[in-house]
Every structure is written in structure tokens, then in C-alpha cells.
Design a protein around this ligand. Sequence first.
Ligand code: SF4
Ligand code: SF4
Ligand code: FES
Length: 315
Amino acid sequence: MRVTLHIQKYNPETDHHPHEEPYRLDVGRGTTVLEALMRLKNETDGTLTFRYACRSAICGSCAMEINGTEKLACKTQIRPELERHGEVRVGPLKNLPLIKDLVVAMQPFWEQVRSIRPWLDPLPHEAVDPVAMRDAYKAFNNVEACIMCGACVAACTVYEVSKGFAGPAALAKAYRFVADPREAAVTERLDRLQGDGGIWDCTRCNYCVEVCPKDVKPMEAIVLLRRASIQSGLTQTLGSRHITSFVDIIRHEGRLNEGLMPMKVIGFRIKDFLRILPLGVRMFLRGKVPFPFKLKPAIPGIKQVRAIFEARKRK
Ligand code: SF4
Ligand code: SF4
Ligand code: FES
């Protein structure tokens, strides 16, 4: 089958901007995007630049954008892409600095990973619980399967606008150490993730989960880190207060009270309160939030709601 691949080209020495070029070649039923790129480089355009190593979805180096989604080129066949999209467009990963054609600089990615201290602070051997150790791989929630391809970081909507965000891969890696029964500094690790750029900045858009070729589910790891933080008493960030306030209101009223919510989350932090006040007033005037101090009756089934909370507490 003869196909046209639209491939992004960019040579920093001659081009002002990246541009797409069409490349035609014959492909077989199972030809992958990586195989097509290798053939094009050998037969058509020796300047075509891309990364790869294992060709087996193991090393993570061939991650790129294929028809608008972050994928491993060695794991992506051309035919299904054509059937689904009617074309094959190949570009570099977003959110990382472009070097040439399909190659991006991975330095920011590695800095994110380094920022979470990806090594154990080990407990003394005799302090490690052998039973927990036996089941440790289950506790990791598959985060140890990460091949550091960077696809999740390229897809992350928060990293796109805030380069201070630790990013999905690094946070998933952070969870791996928090869940490790040999780790001695769990609370310190969690504490370091509370500030700007940490776990509470994730908007739970789920893109990192969708694009990960190894089913690492970084967003789930972030949710587990949030849960571990609250259980460790780290409850003073706006993110954690949002969760605890939400739960409190539901427990008392059986429904969300949007007027009360910001007051409970922000509490007595005058600076934060003044920052959101104009928005709150505008929303109130447009009827978007109820009067905060209006006593709303709890919903008729509130007893059952509270019974659910009690049952949860007993577990
Ligand atoms: S779920 Fe969070 S970490 Fe994952 S892509 Fe969205 S914002 Fe980024
Ligand atoms: S979490 Fe998944 S997408 Fe992100 S770097 Fe690891 S393997 Fe790649
Ligand atoms: S070449 Fe190693 S993952 Fe694709």
C-alpha cells in the first residue's frame, strides 16, 4: 500500500519555524511508524532526525506525536492510524524544547524526575516489615513500569502552561518511593510535594493516563499521593482543604453548598480571601452562588448520608 506520511521538519540552522513535509512510501500490513521513518531516512531523506533504540516499546526513546496523540513510534502501526484518521501526521512531543525534526530535549523531563529524589532513603534492614515487602509490588500500582518516554509530560495540560509543575511521570515516580515499605522518609517526601508545582496543581484532566504506553496511570498515583498526604496530617494546602471542606459539607448538608465552600477552604487567610473576593461578588450578583450564610436545610435523606460516612469510618 502506498501512503503519504506528513512529517514535521525543523533544522534550527536553516528554518525559522517547523513545517510539515510529505513523504511517500510503500508499507506492508504491520509496518510501524518507526519502521517507516527508518526506511525514509535510509532511502529518501538522510537528514530526517528522530530517536529510537530498542524498537520494542521498552526504552521509551521513540515517543512522538502521531495524529495528534503522544505515542511510541515503534508500537504504532501505520494502517490502523490511516483507517482511523485518514492520514498519518508525525511530529515531535509537545511541551519539551524542540532540537531538530522529531527530536526534543529531554533535560526538563529529567530535571522533573530528579526533583522528587528518585532514590530510597532506606530504613534499617530490621525495621522493614517483611509482609509488606512481599506485597510491595502491588502497592506500587504499576508505577514501576514507567519507561520514561515523556509522553505524559507532553500531554499534560498543566505542564503546558506551568513549567514549574513536577509533571505526571515524576509524581508517579514519587509515589513509588512513598509506597515502598523500605522508605524511611515518607512524610518528608509528601511534605516536599505540597507546594507550588506539586501534587495539588494537577487538574485531573486524565490525559497522562490516556497516552501512557505502559499503563502507569500517573494521575491515579497523584490521587494516591494526595490521599497519603491527608492521612499524614498534611491538610493545610488549598488543595487538601478543598477536599476536606467538600467532605465536611456533604456530611452535614448532604449536598454541596457553593457559597460556603470558598470560605471553608480559605478560612482566615486574608490575602487569599481578598484575592477571590471580586470573583465571588461577581458570581453572587449573577446568581451563580447562593448567599454563603444562608442556612440551607439538609437534604431529606441526610441520615443515610451520615450513615455512609460512619460506615466508612469503621472500615
Ligand atoms: S491528570 Fe494531572 S498530571 Fe495528568 S496530564 Fe492531567 S494535569 Fe497533568
Ligand atoms: S508514566 Fe507512562 S507516559 Fe509517562 S514517562 Fe512513564 S511510561 Fe511514559
Ligand atoms: S524504540 Fe524503544 S520504545 Fe520505541
